[in-house]
Design a protein around this ligand. Structure first.
Ligand code: ZN
Length: 425
């Protein structure tokens, strides 16, 4: 007897299986005909995937677009300045309400784990208070990892260091930083060294906004990899953005990527944001500003796709759909081979789960019973359609559902409805 059976779905590897759930765990995967269950979700013909994971987000700023004004230049630097204005006037209650609204969106889209950077450059630490409150409220259904992120620079902002330490003392989970925003390259490198030592001393993961720049000489990722090695942070160090790598000299990159692989540093590309923020100083040809995704993967480096922003000072759109993120990444990185498209789906599920170090993630017996049923036949079709999430299960509980919604047609001699499914042979 199971509490819930998800029946007949197609798993991401193409196998068809029923999934039996007891309590908050997956208890059986296989053919479960005749088994009793408190509830059955019929998923025949539908993709059943582990939940989506977003490894890079800013939950303290989300859904604030247009307050107090919009980002006119569309650049990272105006976004940071605008956020600086907004954080002077925003309240804890506003940040909590917006973040909880966003988490509702996320759950409805099958996005059940998020790593969010939280700005620690505020002597009142209001964002930290707000996000700790949100982390507790959503804990039953959404895993939220919080990064202590000195947005205005660990050294550039006079109280950032002290406030970042306080934020970690309050219970944030990950050490963050932004070396390319320090005043000089030397300060940036010094911040990387100090932050790696901080992560090592506290036994925490580290995830730096790193080289989010079109400057090919922004090479903090090199220092980061070397310091991760020196401090023993292999497997828990992540470089986010790494857009300068797009513009770097190929010879230099051929030495850099093996160093990253040796250091066990993962990478997160944020394609929705960086395709719009980068290249703003270029005329033509205009650089894409996405890091070298396929090239890192060829070296064995773990790479994830992150969403980064939804309706905030840096990005004016966004839907909490990690398939939108993977879809943009697939295009910008030209990952169009079937194996690469499948990899793009993995990059918003299993690979991101690895970056977050999520325990018991997946669709195997003993894993946490968290999954999503999509109105698509396989991962590549899911990327093409970015379809409705028919059911979302978190830790054994059905937390979101929607009815299948095929378009009705009124065409002479044609079918009465259409779903846009088209499975390749
Ligand atoms: Zn970010």
């Amino acid at each position: 007897m199971f509490d819930l059976i998800v029946k007949g779905g197609t798993l991401p590897d193409g196998t068809q299986a029923d999934i039996g759930i007891r309590g908050d765990r997956i208890a059986a995967v296989g053919q479960l005909q005749g088994a009793g269950a408190g509830r059955v979700i019929e998923a025949a013909g539908d993709l059943v995937s582990p939940p989506f994971v977003d490894p890079h987000f800013h939950l303290d700023a989300t859904l604030s677009y247009g307050t107090p004004r919009v980002n006119a230049s569309g650049t990272l630097l105006e976004g940071i300045a605008l956020w600086g204005e907004l954080k002077q006037v925003v309240t804890v209650d506003q940040m909590v309400a917006r973040a909880l609204d966003y988490c509702d969106w996320a759950v409805s889209m099958g996005l059940l784990a998020i790593r969010s950077h939280v700005d620690t450059c505020d002597d009142r630490l209001l964002g930290v208070q707000a996000m700790l409150e949100v982390r507790e409220k959503v804990r039953p259904y959404l895993d939220l990892q919080l990064v202590a992120f000195p947005q205005d620079g660990f050294y550039r902002d006079p109280t950032a260091r002290a406030n970042t330490l306080r934020a970690l003392d309050m219970g944030l989970d990950v050490v963050g930083g932004i070396p390319h925003f320090e005043r000089t390259m030397a300060d940036g490198a010094a911040s990387v060294r100090a932050l790696c030592e901080l992560a090592a001393n506290r036994g925490l993961p580290i995830d730096l906004h790193c080289d989010e720049s079109d400057d090919p000489l922004s090479r903090h990722i090199e220092t980061f990899a070397a310091e991760a090695l020196r401090c023993g942070l292999q497997g828990r160090a992540t470089g986010s953005h790494l857009t300068s790598m797009h513009s770097m000299d190929n010879y230099y990159v051929s030495k850099l990527l093996p160093l990253m692989a040796e250091a066990g540093v993962a990478a997160i590309a944020n394609p929705l944001i960086n395709i719009t923020l980068q290249g703003r100083h270029d005329s033509f040809p205009k650089r894409r500003g996405l890091t070298r995704v396929r090239e890192m993967q060829a070296q064995g480096i773990t790479v994830g796709w992150g969403q980064d922003c939804v309706l905030d000072p840096w990005y004016s759109l966004g839907t909490a759909d990690m398939l939108d993120v993977a879809f943009m990444g697939l295009h910008v990185a030209q990952m169009t081979h079937p194996a690469e498209m499948h990899r793009c789906f993995d990059m918003v599920t299993v690979e991101n789960a690895k970056i977050l170090g999520l325990a018991d993630y997946g669709l195997h017996v003993g894993a946490l019973a968290s999954l999503v049923v999509l109105d698509a036949g396989n991962p590549v079709e899911a990327l093409r359609l970015r379809p409705d999430r028919l059911a979302v299960v978190s830790k054994g509980k059905v937390v979101a559902e929607r009815a299948r919604n095929d378009a009705r047609l009124a065409l002479p001699g044609r079918p009465g409805s259409v779903r846009r499914r088209h499975l390749l042979p």
